[in-house]
Ligand binder design. Sequence first.
Ligand SMILES: [Zn+2]
Ligand SMILES: [Zn+2]
Length: 582
Amino acid sequence: MLSLDRPFTYELDEGIAAGIGSLVQVPFHGRLVRGWVLGPTEDVPGRMLPVKKAVSPVRFFDRSMLEVLWWVSERYVAPLASVIARSYPPRVASEETAGSSPPRASTHALRPETPPILSSSYKGGFELLTALEDGAGAFLVRPAPEDEQRVAVEAVGAALAGGRSAVVLVPELEPLPATASAILEAFGERVALFAGGSQRARYRMWLDIGSGARPVVVGTRPAVFAPVPDLGLLYVSRESHAGHREERSPYYHVRDVALARSRVSGALCVMSALCPTAEAVTSGAVEVVPRRRGWPPVEVVRPGPEGRAPRLISALKAVRRGFLFEPLPGYGVARVCRACGEPAACASCGGMLRSEAGAVRCTVCGADGTCANCGAADFGITRGGAERVEEWARAIAPVPVRRTGPGDRPTPPGDREVTVGGVEAVKDFGPLGLDLVGILDADQASRRPGLAARERALATWMEAAAWASPSGRVIVQTRHPGDPAVQSLVSGNPERFHRSELPRRADAGFPAGWPVFRVTGDTTLADELDALHPGTLLSSSAEGRTVCLVALDPGSVRAFGQTMRALAERGVVTRVEAEPHL
Ligand SMILES: [Zn+2]
Ligand SMILES: [Zn+2]
């Protein structure tokens, strides 16, 4: 609880084998509760109760990890106790006394090495490799499409060569990203794949990581806290992916925690993305980019009738292996009720009705589609969406066409195949060498709500375009060829987009790099927050509840957090959510 977020002081008898990071049992308001030892304090109260006993022989954090956890608690206005509790997997006590099962061969035979590319082909690559051996700092890599996995392997290899360990953070593990597979293949038994499995296996793995048995860790968000000794590298793969933001409280963003942890532990943080976020671009990280950018040729065409440009049609007629990106799901949108002729709208909520998987449903509330006016369920449909694209592409392409729908397990197109899908289909599959990638309905991105919607769209387009072989074709359909995001897609360089995006974000009151919070509380909340003079404050009230969106100068987060804790104690604030998706 935010209102109780402070340390308490106890007397720790030397006879109890405990220290920083120990889980202990202490008396608290007449009950026995568990807590972690944060360390000695100067601020000794007159009367102290003694620590009863150590609950576990394990130290759950050391001094430097504690500093990171404090940072997370402060930066995201989250109770330290819940940050600590989430920094390691649930305990399985019997594993703490069981012998560890360290990897059998730390001398794993590596595959014949591919020639290194960072030092030879990347501007800033030599500096990065030198820093990886024993330095610190932050680097932002924009790999060439075919290098994404090799760059990660090389960076990890350099850290290991310097006698340091590495944590590779991927946005998701299902399907296993090509970057994660490449690390596993290159470093074999030295890699801890920190994911899934039983609770016991997961805790065992965490203990092994702490013992130094596996100097490379690959995992999603929780791995940013992996207790590897001698940390040299935190590698954030696909930095702009939404999966790097923790969706449960305590909220955090992997990129920012990785940057903070690298500062605390004298390690390197490497962020890698074809299209990094505005936050990464403005983080002050050293840019590492290919000296010669390999990017497939991108053709910009106007969408033809029903979103089919003649040039796309003719490319499809000759395709062998391709991908069509269509951001909208379904077969089309209901426009008019066939029974009464009224415009189609959801009978329950008035929302838009979409035809998807053979049924018409409301896109807002999910109700079965019935006419708000007469209750009929027969609509005139304006066709458009991934299902419709699949249908017309089938009629044109000389090879099979397969659609990846929401809930399908995404796989790359087969040897002679075209796939159709939205953002859920664009995964880290490695370079695919497709002969055609179509970006359909690109203008949909600017119609999406949300401050970062365009950035996310560009990142997805670039990841899909990167699947095209250097001699392949990328065709993007848009009515706005001069749009900075489209221009950035054409050049394979997000700079142009960020030049227009950064001032836009600042004008909207949410400059890149400013912490953002969504605060929920009672009706006095807006006035209380206004008194703090935040950079930006937007508020809305309904039914005695107020929700505020606050953007802050980074320097004022500490004071903001203290006020939130005080307001939580008074009951004014009920919830603080850091870094909401904007
Ligand atoms: Zn509805
Ligand atoms: Zn009707």
